[in-house]
Design a protein around this ligand. Structure first.
Ligand code: AMP
Length: 104
């Protein structure tokens, strides 16, 4: 079970910014920017390489949540979205997540 699944199950604490039945958004515990959120699907998918066709709506939903939060947080004219894939490219947690970063 990933650390993010434990967060989703409320077994370990986090600062939850948004939650619906498929996605949770938390503050990154070690922020690399003034705003640093993690948009995490509740389905535990290890890496982007493990995506299946059936996940396409879920991935699209992650982008729509990012768009909504950027607008809600007034950072929609200056933010960055990123995924790290595999450890060589700095993926620490093997449960896919989108980083939303902004210096605003
Ligand atoms: P990545 O390197 O793309 O796998 O990013 C994992 C991110 O998860 C890092 O930016 C960590 O700071 C963050 N992180 C790890 N554990 C926690 C936690 N318990 N709560 C919030 N963020 C976490």
């Amino acid at each position: 079970m990933s650390i993010f699944t434990k967060i989703i199950n409320k077994e370990i604490p986090s600062t939850i910014i948004y939650e619906d039945n498929k996605i949770i958004v938390i503050k990154d515990i070690n922020p690399k920017a003034k705003t640093h959120l993690l948009i995490i699907p509740k389905k535990e998918i290890p890496t982007i390489n493990d995506l299946e066709n059936e996940d396409s709506t879920l991935i699209a939903d992650m982008f729509f949540v990012a768009k909504k939060l950027a607008k809600d947080l007034w950072i929609d004219e200056w933010y960055k979205l990123s995924f790290n894939v595999w450890e060589k490219w700095w993926q620490e947690v093997m449960h896919i997540h989108m980083h939303l970063l902004s210096e605003l």
